[in-house]
Structure formats: structure tokens, C-alpha cells
Design a protein around this ligand. Sequence first.
Ligand code: GRF
Length: 230
Amino acid sequence: MKPDGAEPANAAENNAASGAEGRPPLRLGVLLSGRGSNFLAIAESIRAGRLTSAVIAVVVSNVAEAPGIAKARELRLPAEFFVSKGRSRAEHDADLIACLRRHRVDLVCLAGYMRLLSAEFVAAFPNRILNIHPSLLPAFPGLDAQRQAFDYGVKIAGCTVHFVDEHLDHGVIVLQRAVPVLDSDDEHSLAARILAEEHLAYTEAIARVVSGGYEVRGRRYVRRESADLA
Ligand code: GRF
């Protein structure tokens, strides 16, 4: 990656979107720590033209060997990592902020990023950070949400895409998708069913943010068409 943030030649091929109505596409910065299936779903949505007016500007990990980073490189997308282990949150997040600014990121998408963000990070991208969580928030925040839901015995589980604030799994909800919990499920089959919905939900949520057709009223995300009627 060149320090001026220029993309390698092939990045454009994996970022098929162009700006709607002459606007430049929104530049996404994807943060991940692991396998990266949500990142890949977003990348595929852009490639296939399901998510227009957005490009992946950079994929960033706090784990050098995260499979998601290897996949980003395979797709010839800009990919960087900053090892967080042993560093203070402030130091690490300052590096992340600088990296995202270097790549001119407009919207940060947390996709299995397993580290809390500092208040400074959240303030650097106000209402410009999305997270996906594998439960119907506010139920089951934190780690192992699918197992928490399974063990609790809920009959409906699902996933949530929300804006990120300073609190864990707490910000304004953009959208949720529900799945039934079957009698035959174990926590793994339930997690797989939720994951399939996550892959749809993240693209839809990004499309909503890209469209700009919404407002945030307190804790409520309201789509503009509904807002106009109110
Ligand atoms: C997903 O279940 C997501 O909801 C949670 O972490 C997991 C990441 O999976 N925040 P992947 O790395 O996107 O496959």
C-alpha cells in the first residue's frame, strides 16, 4: 500500500460500485479479527452490483494471521494489520484512526472485530461506525451471543446491525433479521442459520446508510419516507 492511499490497480475490479447521481462512492473501512465471512459477503455484494455506491477502501485487522486479511489480499483489496496485543487501547486506536483516514474511509464496518473501541475512535467517526451482532439486541450482548440465546431457550433468534457508540453492542439499531430456533438445533446449527442472515443484513444496512435516506431520533433509526409521513 502506498502511503498516499492509492489503491493497487486490481482493487477497482473488486470494487465495482460507482457513485450514484454523480456522487463519489462511499469508502468503507472493514475491521475484522477472524474468518471474515461478513467482510466477504459485503465484498461480493459490491462485486455483484447488489451494493452500489460503495467501495471497500481498506480491510484492517488487529490479528496478523486473521483469515479475513488473507482473503482481502486474495481479492487484491488494500489490507493492513496493527497488532493490538500488549498495546494500550489509545495507542492502538490512534494507529487505526490514522490508517482509516489515510484510506479516506467514510464508513467503518466492524465485521467480527473482537476489540472494544476507545471513546476517541467512536468520536472520530460519529454515526459512521456500524457493527453486526449475532443476536436480537438488546438481548444477549457480548461474547457467544448465539450460545447465550440457545441456552436461554429463546424461540426466535437473529442478528442486529447497529451504529456503534461507547457502550458494548448498544448503539442505534439500523436493522434486525430474525430466525426461528428449531427443536432440532444445537448452538452450531443455530449460529449457522443466524450467520446466513448476517450476510444479508450487513449489505442491506450499508445500503441504507449509503442512501442517506434516514434520520436518527434519539435511539430510533427512521427511514426518510416514514419520517416524511410523520
Ligand atoms: C459474526 O457472527 C458477527 O456477528 C460477530 O462476529 C462474527 C464474525 O464472523 N460480530 P465473520 O468473521 O464475519 O465470519
